[in-house]
Design a protein around this ligand. Structure first.
Ligand code: 5GP
Ligand code: ZN
Length: 113
């Protein structure tokens, strides 16, 4: 998607602070962190949001979540705990329509659910 900022980040057209990359996914630090550790994990495939997921994405989504746990260990946040968040759609506050998972940590969060 030529007008998607996250596709541009994956392509290197927009600079980012890379945390992890493999053939399927890319992880980088959020430009406007809301927690001491705030990492975004995204698929390289442009998928707008969770509404666009189908059975072909099962492995990809599992890979994202497993990688989040590995990043958490590498970042030293696994023991104290972290939150993995996906916002889907406007009511959830999604602002970038390339599916992404926020890995948040470094402080104690208020409970939402
Ligand atoms: P959403 O609100 O869609 O769940 O999350 C989008 C996130 O992308 C926000 O936390 C925002 O700060 C981050 N973001 C938006 N543009 C950029 C950018 O150009 N670079 C980086 N690193 N993060 C971005
Ligand atoms: Zn995209």
């Amino acid at each position: 998607m030529s007008d998607c900022i996250f596709c541009k980040i994956i392509n290197g057209d927009i600079p980012s602070q890379k945390v992890y990359e493999d053939e399927l996914i890319y992880a980088f630090r959020d430009i406007n962190p809301v927690a001491p550790v705030h990492i975004l994990i995204i698929p390289k495939e442009h998928i707008c949001c969770a509404n666009e997921l189908n059975d072909s994405h099962k492995e990809l989504i599992g890979h994202i979540i497993l990688t989040a746990t590995k990043i958490a260990k590498a970042e030293g946040i696994a023991e104290d705990g972290y939150r993995l968040v996906n916002n889907c759609g406007e009511n959830a506050g999604q602002t970038v329509f390339h599916i992404h998972f926020h890995l948040l940590a470094g402080e104690k969060f208020d409970r939402m659910v």
